[in-house]
Design a protein around this ligand. Structure first.
Ligand SMILES: Nc1nc2c(ncn2[C@@H]2O[C@H](COP(=O)(O)OP(=O)(O)OP(=O)(O)O)[C@@H](O)[C@H]2O)c(=O)[nH]1
Length: 716
């Protein structure tokens, strides 16, 4: 690392000078759309790096933002990486996020704290399943975006097809503000349809931009697209609509202002394009980041006032107001815990004491840094709107800090439930301590990575978002903690639930000699109302008893017994969800009733009611997207059907490939990555993401129940 980077550059010791020029952006997309390659160009053009290194390039260096050894080896992004750069007058904090859905929490985290984003779409593969997921995430966090069609140099690239798909499949209204000159190997530059100019990217890595008149053969297409752009903008922006309707011809500036207003208002997304790999179009996208995306003060951010019934309060980027900041990502490194922090209000200085809203603890900010991938630049202070990283504060990810004069919390982030698990153990017993340390570190960093001890087998079970997610953690334990681990076979995270109301009236009675046991419970179990699709609500106990047939101490015993029943469901031993147990009455004996008897009665009542309650096992169903050369379609479709896959859609691509969209139960998809590799001679691409929880079909459910019963009997 360069020594000046560690010491800090004087001009950067404070926060950015003018917050209206700051842009906090993320780059998100489907796997392999070119996020890291695009970011590498951004770093090069903004002078942050002196050389461009390709993802999986021949020089074997790897892209700057893929700083983890594993990322460079596999050519994928695993962790989001932050950096900052200066482009013209703008200071840009930039986060490159992973494309694999297994690391989706990294995208959620980034979008939670960013003000805007660039959504990359592949110019040949078009809108893909993960593009839709990222689009949903951007809408969830109300993130304005520029859409960038990348890889126009690739065989089969076609901007018209991709624009149509973007407009049809993504809900945000959009229109191109550029058109390409040529495509595939003939792709030579871009036409800006707002200022009617042709841009060529010449010289080393396209740094030399030449602006020329638009070649005659593109003029018609440009004018048609320009007219369409103005019409689209008139639909989403009142000011432009007024001009348009009064017959005035909007100026270039009118169009740009309308794009800015409607993009920030989340009503529009300008579509840009190029080829990151061939160094075309990235600088124009950077101009657009400055021109069309919001500064921190143009994005409303609210916190909840914990001293006032969690009333929402609008935060202000005024540095003089009390501090509110959010620790959104943790990373353990050799200097201790590094907490990536977004400051929403006020100012943060090195040496400040700040209060963690969740714990009430006061902590000292011992060091502040600005991140450039895995390198750090020391800073002394930073203010509202900025993203920096701090040392010295112990916290969990997603916790809010204030200056202690207010009690605000930023609303939490969406954390998806893990869908699969596997057992893991160190090969050598003497590495148990390091193994535990590794797991503790990863749990703190990643809320979608869970660890538990199986009560019966004593095994350590790790759960996560997919095979890749868990394999990467196993690999990190090996590399970062030097502990060799053994993994068990992957299992699906099933859930158990019911579909019907079912009554119980159960008496637990043992009164033969000595002290007896007597407890009666009456009521019903039923599905919880208002459960949204894919939502897991913790089971609820409702006491609707009237009168004194059961005393309060026994009511809590019944609740305890119920919690024990739902922790490990009776069908396959997975947690029961979305069920409520309603107690309406009961029976007590003056001498023989005790808490043990009521716990036993509750368990009995549960067993009694379940058969009539429409018991169901829920399993994760995945959306699978596969791109393959045509000649392999028979094997691939056959393979999918064997895995209980249902083909939902197929698309032909111009480059001799086809895309297949299918749905399949996760339980049948383990090991699919190697099957697709061998079935397509390594040419198939595959991505998979969680779609919904669905009842396991009856035949399959019976097998699962039998397997579980036999295992339980064996263990017994
Ligand atoms: N032809 C062509 N290839 C590109 C372009 N941009 C990226 N690539 C290639 O596409 C592959 C994936 O690029 P990355 O930049 O790693 O994509 P990513 O979206 O960061 O990947 P993940 O983070 O793993 O999802 C690499 O082999 C790149 O060289 C482009 O504009 N044209």
């Amino acid at each position: 690392m360069l020594s000046w980077l560690r010491k800090g550059i004087p001009s950067l010791c404070r926060g950015f000078a003018d917050m209206s020029k700051v842009r906090n952006i993320g780059i998100s997309a489907h796997i392999d759309s070119g996020k890291t390659t695009f970011t590498e160009r951004v770093l090069y053009y903004t002078g942050k790096i002196k050389e461009i290194h390709e993802v999986k390039g021949n020089d074997r260096v790897g892209a700057k933002m893929d700083s983890m050894e594993l990322e460079r080896e596999r050519g994928i992004t695993i962790q989001s990486a932050a950096t900052f750069c200066k482009w013209k007058n703008w200071d840009i904090n930039l986060i490159d996020t992973p494309g694999h859905v297994d690391f989706t929490i990294e995208v959620e985290r980034a979008l939670r704290v960013l003000d805007s984003a660039i959504l990359l779409v592949c110019g040949a593969s078009s809108v893909q399943s993960q593009t839709l997921t990222v689009d949903r995430q951007m809408r969830r966090y109300k993130v304005p975006r520029i859409t960038f069609i990348n890889k126009l140099d690739r065989a089969g690239a076609n901007h018209n097809v991709v624009i149509k798909a973007i407009q049809e499949k993504l809900p945000v209204i959009s229109a191109p503000i550029q058109i390409p000159m040529g495509l595939e190997s003939q792709f030579e530059g871009l036409i800006d349809i707002i200022d009617r100019k042709a841009y060529y990217f010449l010289g080393n890595h396209g740094v030399d931009i030449q602006i020329k008149d638009v070649p005659a053969k593109y003029v018609k297409e440009m004018e048609e697209r320009r007219e369409k752009l103005i019409e689209t903008l008139a639909d989403v922006d009142d000011i432009l609509a007024e001009k348009f309707l009064s017959g005035e011809v909007p100026t270039t500036d009118d169009i740009k202002q309308a794009i800015r207003r409607s993009t920030i208002a989340l009503k529009f997304s300008p579509i840009m394009m190029g080829s990151a790999y061939k160094n075309k179009g990235v600088q124009l996208a950077l101009d657009a980041v400055g021109e069309y995306l919001p500064s921190p003060s143009e994005v409303p951010n609210t916190a909840l006032d914990l001293s006032n019934k969690e009333a929402p309060v609008l935060l202000s980027t005024d540095p003089k107001k009390p501090l509110v900041c959010l620790g959104f990502k943790l990373e353990e490194n050799r200097f201790g815990q590094l907490t990536y922090t977004r400051i929403y209000q006020g100012k943060l200085k090195r040496g400040d004491f700040i209060t963690n809203t969740s714990t009430g603890k006061k902590v000292k900010v011992s060091r502040m840094v600005r991140m450039h991938s895995n390198e750090m630049i020391e800073i002394n202070e930073s203010e509202a709107g900025d993203i920096c990283a701090i040392f010295g504060i112990e916290c969990n990810s997603g916790e809010t800090f204030t200056d202690g004069t207010i009690n605000y919390a930023m609303s939490s982030m969406f954390v998806p439930e893990p869908v699969m698990s596997l057992s893991i153990k160190p090969v050598k017993k003497d590495s148990n301590e390091k193994f535990a340390k590794a797991l503790t570190k990863f749990i703190r960093e990643d809320p979608t990575f869970r660890v538990r001890q199986d009560e019966e087998s004593g095994e350590t079970i790790i759960s996560g978002m997919g095979e890749l997610h868990l394999q990467i953690y196993a690999e990190r334990i090996r590399r970062e903690f030097e502990v060799d681990v053994e993994l068990g076979a992957p299992t699906v995270n099933y859930r158990e639930t019911i579909t019907k109301k079912s009554p119980f009236n159960y008496l637990h009675k043992k009164q033969t000699g000595g002290s007896g046991q007597y407890a009666g419970v009456v009521g019903y179990i039923e599905p919880m109302p208002d459960v949204k699709p894919n939502e897991f609500k913790e089971c609820k106990f409702i006491d609707k008893t009237t009168g004194m047939n059961i005393g309060p101490e026994f009511i809590s015993a019944i609740e305890k017994g119920f919690k024990m029943c739902v922790k490990k469901g009776p069908q396959v031993g997975y947690p029961v969800v979305n069920l409520q147990y309603v107690l309406t009455d009961g029976m007590t004996h003056i001498v023989d009733s005790n808490t043990h008897a009521f716990i036993a009665a509750t368990k009995g009542s549960f067993r009694q009611a379940l058969p009539g309650a429409g018991q169901t096992i829920l399993e994760p169903v995945m959306t699978v997207e596969i791109t393959i050369p045509f000649e392999f379609q028979t094997q691939v479709i056959g393979g999918l059907i064997k895995r209980r896959g249902v083909i939902k859609d197929t698309y032909r691509r111009d480059n001799g490939c086809m895309a297949l969209i299918a749905e399949a139960p996760l339980a049948r998809m383990f090991g699919y990555a190697s099957e697709i590799r061998s079935n397509t001679q390594g040419q198939g691409e595959f991505s998979m993401e969680f779609n919904r929880m669905e009842p396991v079909e009856e035949g399959e459910a019976a097998i699962l129940r039998d397997t579980y019963k036999n295992r339980e009997d064996d263990e017994y």
